[in-house]
Write a protein that binds this ligand. Structure first.
Ligand code: SAH
Ligand code: SF4
Length: 355
């Protein structure tokens, strides 16, 4: 099988060019074609000598995916189902905002953690994605957004959130390589990159040591261990206290405020007592809580918390001086919760609305 160019940095590509008997700057040209021009075939890299292109083609392909399906909500949020160079389908989401454009990246196909309220968790785990396959999602989302005029012709994805399918810290090396490529090759600032984890404690310590300026988001969803064990059955090895301690360490090392995510599920974790416990747990930690509205999916068995309960929940946190944001619901009508598009397509349910 041929190797993939996607996932190789400019420095890697310069070395490759040298190995193939070319000047180093030819490697930079390959990187420009790949990451700046979005070139899908080596044969399209017009300013390279034919002999170099042929040698490249002997051992490599670009590794770009193909858009297999796309669906778009009324608010412009869209979801792509991508066919990678090999294997099963991958999801990526594009989210337009007034002043920025965000891409939500998957790090695994499926997820081994199996959270009860998550469509990805319900579909099992298939494999880790390679760094190049994550970077490809950002390119594909940008291309699609430009084709639908959600971005200007020369517009770019400005923010990347690792919040798609999978647990990034269980695919650590590839995810970190992707973070560095997104920063280095696309020139997206570390502060515009967010990595969301379900709270894999060893991964948080390891990430703290990298001392990057990215935003760490930690999905809690519960403020007591018994409930957390029920909702997040695949990560019971670490208590909430151990997760919070890891986050304190993360802040000490990086000076970056940690975001906590809390998906409000009706009559499960949305009570004022839950909010009070959460506030007590986070006291003294420089953080920010993101309250996420639940996106229901078939077979999930959970319901979204009511608006008044969400307001009351947030108020308890605010009164305890904890910064809280109520995340707006995006992508209504396109099965926007992570893992949903792939799940729906695999089970052949319904047609997706493609605009
Ligand atoms: N595995 C990582 C990152 C991917 S999930 C994590 O769990 O943090 C990204 C976010 O989507 C998590 O906060 C997760 O709780 C949330 N999520 C998953 N299923 C959801 C649903 N059905 N509705 C709303 N948010 C959901
Ligand atoms: Fe995996 Fe995150 Fe979904 Fe849990 S919420 S199953 S960790 S992707």
């Amino acid at each position: 099988m041929k190797k993939l160019l996607m996932g190789m940095s400019t420095a890697d590509l310069k070395l490759l060019a040298k190995e193939l008997g070319e000047k180093e700057f030819r490697g930079k040209q390959v990187a420009d074609w790949l990451y700046r021009q979005g070139c899908r075939e080596i044969s399209g890299m017009a300013n390279l000598r034919t002999s170099f292109r042929e040698r490249l083609e002997e051992g490599y392909e670009t590794g770009r995916s193909k858009v297999k399906k796309a669906s778009m909500a009324g608010d412009g949020t869209f979801k792509l189902l991508l066919k990678p160079a090999f294997g099963e389908l991958v999801e990526a989401v594009g989210i337009p905002y007034q002043d920025r454009f965000s891409c939500c990246v998957s790090t695994q196909i499926g997820c081994p953690v199996g959270c009860m309220f998550c469509a990805t968790g319900a579909s099992g785990f298939k494999r880790n994605l390679a760094a190049g396959e994550m970077v490809d999602q950002v390119l594909s989302v940008g291309e699609y957004a430009r084709s639908k005029k959600l971005l200007a012709v020369d517009g770019r994805v400005s923010h990347v959130v690792f919040m798609g399918m999978g647990e990034p810290l269980l695919n650590y090396d590839a995810t970190l390589a992707a973070v560095r490529l997104i920063n280095g090759e696309f020139n997206i600032g570390m502060r515009n990159i967010t990595l969301s984890t379900i709270g894999y404690v060893p991964g948080i310590y390891r990430l703290a040591k990298e001392n990057l300026q990215l935003t760490l988001a930690v999905s809690l969803h519960a403020a007591d261990d018994a409930l957390r064990r029920k909702l997040v059955p695949g990560m019971t090895r670490y208590s909430l206290q151990e997760i919070v301690d890891a986050c304190k360490y993360y802040f000490r090392e990086t000076k970056r405020r940690v975001t906590f995510e809390y998906c409000l599920l009706k009559d499960v974790n949305d009570g004022q007592a839950d909010a009070a416990r959460l506030a007590a747990m986070l006291q003294g930690l420089s953080c920010h809580v993101n309250v996420i509205p639940f996106n229901s999916f078939k077979g999930g068995g959970f319901h979204a918390a009511e608006a008044a309960r969400i307001t009351a929940f947030c108020r308890v946190l605010e009164e305890a001086n904890i910064a809280v944001t109520r995340r707006e619901q995006r992508g209504g009508g396109i099965e926007a919760a992570c893992g949903q598009l792939r799940r729906q397509t695999l089970s052949g349910q319904g047609d997706l609305r493609i605009k």
